[in-house]
Design a protein around this ligand. Structure first.
Ligand code: ATP
Ligand code: MG
Length: 328
């Protein structure tokens, strides 16, 4: 039987295949294009995201928003497309990586999507466990860990052991909020309107939390006064505020979670530090920034984008661990 761990992210779907050649077999945009007149899906994944902001008769849809499935039909069609690309045949087991505290209603949506995509046996495990296991954090029943996963649409943060989540929450804050704020910020600074694709690229190339970092890139946009195309050079320091504002909000909540912990757990967290994952943690300087604010060691995953799905693959291959961690 084929088994897949699926991280159906707001921005990127990551799929790990268990079996011959274990590993991540797919990472593509969680995106579908739809014909505005007929309502038919036209393109899926990276092919769909390529046309973002460039089309007239085509609507670009992201069926997962802030970590929640918002369009079950398109989400099912997209997942079915990814599955067919992977040559899935017959009975298929899937583990979904879901946000911390994922509600029963949300899980029912996942079940509908899984059915449309032709998946037969489905289980759910929360991201904090998976992100930590995907980074090989030495977590056990008696050894808790603190994990923060900052994705595109949400942040899952929790202190937990393999016995359960001690304190945790899911916030609708992530890289997408930073992109939107960067668009407003560039408009104010340079009187230039840029698109969402450009804002994300800008954040991912020169975005930095290293103090006085001086990376730069040329950005194309439209002059707000004249309406004409124009380009400017943007530096890391120009966009640090829209980025650090959201990171600070996340860290305020991380402190709240840390304050809720029993003394013994708190002492272990202070020694072991915080484990960071999710695509936003690829940003230079983020680890040091978090370490300074939380006054604890911060460990950034080797591959922050893939930590949760790698953990999913690990849990899927261990029946006892899956039985322990799966949500009922
Ligand atoms: N170098 C980088 N610096 C900052 N952000 C980055 C970088 N590279 C990617 N990102 C951002 O990381 C996010 C994608 O990360 P990830 O794949 O973990 O999210 P996701 O799983 O799709 O979303 P979510 O977990 O919120 O549902 C996007 O917002 C992307 O712009
Ligand atoms: Mg994610």
């Amino acid at each position: 039987m084929t088994k897949f761990a699926i991280d159906f992210g707001t921005s990127v779907t990551k799929i790990f295949q268990l079996g011959s050649g274990n590993g991540v077999v797919l990472a593509e945009a969680t995106c579908v294009t739809v014909d505005k007149l007929t309502g038919d899906a036209k393109a899926f994944g990276d092919d769909a995201k390529k046309v973002l902001g460039k089309t007239a008769d085509t609507e670009v849809v992201f069926p997962v928003y802030e970590g929640e499935i918002v369009d079950e039909v398109l989400a099912g069609a997209l997942l079915g497309y990814f599955m067919s690309r992977l040559g899935r045949r017959g009975f298929t087991e899937a583990l979904f990586c879901v946000p911390c505290g994922c509600s029963k209603e949300s899980r029912i949506k996942y079940l509908h999507v899984a059915r449309i995509a032709g998946l037969s046996k489905v289980s759910f495990v929360e991201v904090p466990y998976l992100a930590a296991l995907g980074q090989n954090v030495p977590v056990s029943e008696s050894n808790p860990a603190f994990s923060v996963d900052i994705g595109a649409g949400k942040t899952s943060l929790a202190a937990f052991s393999l016995d359960g989540i001690i304190a945790g929450l899911n916030m609708n804050v992530g890289g997408n909020n930073m992109d939107v704020h960067i668009i407003d910020h560039i408009a104010q600074l340079y009187n230039l309107k840029i698109g969402p694709f450009t804002a994300e690229k800008l954040k991912n190339t020169v975005g930095s939390l290293i103090p006085h970092d001086h990376q730069s890139t040329i950005v194309q946009g439209r002059d707000i006064t004249t309406g004409k195309p124009r380009q400017v050079v943007v530096y890391s320091e120009d966009i640090i505020r829209p980025i650090s504002g959201y990171v600070n909000t996340i860290l305020e909540y991380a402190e709240l979670v840390l304050r809720k912990l029993p003394e013994e757990v708190s002492a272990i967290m202070c020694r072991s530090g915080v484990y960071l994952s999710g695509g936003v943690c690829d940003m230079p300087g983020l680890g040091d920034y978090v370490a300074e604010r939380l006054q604890m060691d911060a460990h950034v995953a080797e591959n922050p984008h893939m930590a949760a799905v790698l953990g999913g693959g690990r849990v899927l291959g261990n029946a006892a661990l899956l039985a322990k961690l799966r949500m009922e």
